[in-house]
Design a protein around this ligand. Sequence first.
Ligand code: C2E
Ligand code: MG
Ligand code: MG
Ligand code: MG
Length: 279
Amino acid sequence: GKKMGSQSISSIFNPFMKEQTKDILHTEFNLRKGLDMNEFSLYYQPQVNCVSGEVEGFEALIRWRHPEKGIIPPIEFIQHAESTGLILPIGEWVIEQAFQQLESWSIQGITTCTLSINISPRHFLHEKLLPFLKKCLRTYQVAPQQFIIEITENVAMGDYLAAQKRITDLHELGFKVSIDDFGTGFSAFIYLQHFAIDEVKIDRQFILDIESNRKSLGIVKTIVDLASLLNIKVVVEGVETEAQLQLLQAIGCKTIQGYYYARPLPTGEIEQWLHARSV
Ligand code: C2E
Ligand code: MG
Ligand code: MG
Ligand code: MG
């Protein structure tokens, strides 16, 4: 909070708005190559019910295993992918990978968990999204109800009606829709009023200082109460400490995703993590 002066408003609302200094063409070439060379992988972060201890689901988070640079986090390339259009093949890769993972978990007896995937605004509104999802539903033995599609508030900034229609279409196919980074955009309440969403994810920004900033706790409590009134599930992101967890539990939060329980893990480690919890 005290460093606000040195931080521009746009960087608070959206860190991606910062000037990109990298050569975009070079990145586009590398991204395409990374995709062709199978260098992307999904990590999975558990979502735990802090009351019952039950694992409710996972969020799939993309990583780029670059042969020279090592593991590159999404903040370094998703925005480039979005602006160059490569987000479409990358997003389709993510969707298909997620279907495969859910199918494989269900074969291993992990059947009650949901899997959340992040879909960028451009891909979400793209005409190929629904046909691709339908194709995956035909190919994999997976129930669409196990999938949660995460979008951010700015999805509706381009075409509000199109976004609304897309959410309806996804529901008709059986998918659930979640608003990610809830409260950090400019249209939070409009979403609750006009969009039939299933879940909101409270951004880590509101959790970071929850012990010292009464405003943050108040904002989180208000979202939790409102969501409960509207029958919308709440997931709290970025919980790292026991103290944060206790405050959140006291105001009625249930589903927690954060380092406190687990970091995002590659697929083999998730099964180990689940096994270690159940013994
Ligand atoms: P997000 O969807 O809001 O994902 C949550 C981010 O918070 C993840 O960062 C996760 O590792 C991090 N996180 C979770 N718990 C904690 C915690 O307790 N402490 C801290 N410090 N961080 C925590 P990650 O994986 O680096 O992803 C960043 C963003 O990149 C995501 O934010 C999402 O917007 C985007 N992204 C990730 N994977 C994909 C993808 O497959 N497709 C698209 N379009 N975007 C993706
Ligand atoms: Mg997300
Ligand atoms: Mg988020
Ligand atoms: Mg975020």
